[in-house]
Design a protein. Structure first.
Length: 118
């Protein structure tokens, strides 16, 4: 497996740390872990990750939905939403793949692998 780079955007430190550990154990490289939309946008542009894992609720002025819109202006990188409220995805007519919180390590690994073409 090639070492795909993943950007994690999550406002809950413990969840972000769990995701990082799960994905690193699966052989992926975590290029950055950030907790705001603004940092997600700048890191996505600078690091050019192979996958972005994006929470809907973030610290700062931007939510994950607005962050995705800004990232999509410059990149078509695959995005995996993680959320405790999938109604927001439906409400905003987003067709991005998503994972319900709480999720299992196996579910996260499988979805990441699928989005990375593995």
């Amino acid at each position: 497996m090639s070492k795909a780079n993943i950007l994690i955007v999550e406002d809950n430190f413990l969840i972000a740390q769990d995701m990082q550990n799960i994905l690193e154990q699966a052989g992926y490289t975590i290029s950055a872990v950030v907790d705001t939309g603004e940092l997600a946008i700048s890191n996505a542009a600078e690091l050019k990750p192979d996958l972005i894992i994006l929470d809907i609720v973030l610290k700062g002025d931007m939510d994950g939905i607005e962050t995705l819109k800004m990232i999509r202006e410059h990149s078509d990188v695959p995005v995996l939403f993680v959320t405790g409220n999938q109604d927001l995805l439906i409400q905003h007519h987003l067709n991005e793949p998503w994972l319900d919180k709480p999720f299992t390590a196996l579910d996260l690994q499988r979805l990441a692998s699928s989005l990375l073409g593995g």
